[in-house]
Design a protein around this ligand. Structure first.
Ligand SMILES: [Zn+2]
Length: 342
């Protein structure tokens, strides 16, 4: 399987995040992608190719222009204020507040985000732009006839909505790739999100559409981030009714429960008969992940890849989460090796 990678991800390196009452170094850090890349090379999975340039147009098919303008300009506006540290949002237009877009960079960051897990640093825009180009390049290889490809995206994307960022995610790489498939003639795309956290951004982008089926297996949002989306009764709206399948599972779930949910998700995808499958590949379902509560083992990721391969669909893997960095390479590449039948 070929991999698409851009070293630009290293330009994004946030300093800290607020978690469990503490300010800690960011869990979403450059080592994640570097370790996956090293594992791909060790296992000789296939060629590792650079990202090509597809510009902003395919990104703007999914994301709000105001958000894109904000992301491109935020760092220079922040640097002009001569403040220490990264730019972080800290006020959001919640239920009791108005919904207008203020003039200040702080106010606009609140307007365009839903949590504080999205530091903006000097290199953030270049990194997130290149991460989207990685996904688009892999998408083009599938269009050209590749059976499968791995987009080693960083930062991840599945929490990013059309006009709001959060949860380490800025641009929704999987959604951008899905829309590109449709714009280039495919009729139906299925997205299977196996990250520990619900893909709230992806769900929201396609919630009223039937040309993208969204299936997500994740920690129950009643107890787990992103808390406000991901419930089983969210099934789509309007033309999209019936094209959103959430499979939340309780903390502590291991392969027995997770594999059963995967089976349900795969059945729905088979019934849908998509032209292509996109897998939002997070491996924070791992038993030793520092911020998650499932119990998948190294070997379970091989089985996961095998089951996905049995769908017999052209498949684009897009990297999402996974924070047990010592195991992220093994677990990620195990899914790809399982898929390849190695
Ligand atoms: Zn996650």
């Amino acid at each position: 399987m070929l991999t698409i990678y851009s070293a630009d991800h290293q330009l994004h390196h946030g300093q800290c995040e607020l978690i469990d009452g503490q300010l800690l170094p960011c869990f979403e850090k450059p080592e994640r992608a570097d370790i996956i890349l090293a594992r791909l090379e060790t296992r000789q999975l296939g060629p590792i190719l650079p990202a090509q340039e597809y510009g902003l147009a395919p990104i703007a098919r999914v994301h709000d222009q105001g958000l894109l303008d904000f992301l491109r300009s935020a760092w220079s506006r922040w640097a002009a204020l001569d403040q220490p540290g990264d730019l972080l949002p800290y006020t959001w237009p919640t239920r009791v507040l108005g919904q207008q877009k203020p003039a200040s960079v702080h106010g606009q960051f609140g307007y365009y985000s839903f949590d504080a897990g999205v530091p903006i640093t000097a290199g953030t825009w270049q990194a997130v732009y290149s991460s989207a180009q990685v996904a688009l390049t892999a998408q083009q290889h599938i269009m050209a006839g590749e059976k499968a490809a791995f987009a080693l995206c960083r930062p991840p994307g599945h929490h990013a909505a059309a006009d709001q960022i959060g949860g380490y995610c800025y641009l929704n790489n999987a959604a951008i790739a899905a829309q590109a498939f449709l714009d280039q003639g495919y009729r139906k795309v299925a997205i299977l999100d196996v990250d520990y956290h619900h893909g709230n951004g992806t769900q929201g982008i396609f919630y009223d559409r039937q040309d993208v089926l969204f299936v997500s297996i994740h920690g129950d949002p009643a107890a787990e981030y992103p808390f406000f989306l991901g419930y089983a009764d969210e099934t789509g709206v309007g033309a999209g009714e019936g094209y959103n399948l959430n499979l939340p599972l309780p903390a502590g779930s291991g392969w027995q429960q997770w594999g059963a949910a995967l089976e349900r998700g795969c059945q729905r995808i088979s019934d849908y008969q998509p032209d292509v499958l996109i897998v939002s590949l997070g491996v924070d379902t791992y038993e030793d992940d520092p911020i998650s509560c499932f119990r998948l083992t190294n070997a379970d990721y091989l089985t996961m890849g095998q089951r996905i391969a049995a769908l017999q669909l052209p498949t684009l893997f897009v990297m999402e989460g996974g924070y047990a960095v010592e195991a992220i390479g093994i677990n990620t590449v195990n899914v790809l090796e399982g898929f390849e039948g190695r």
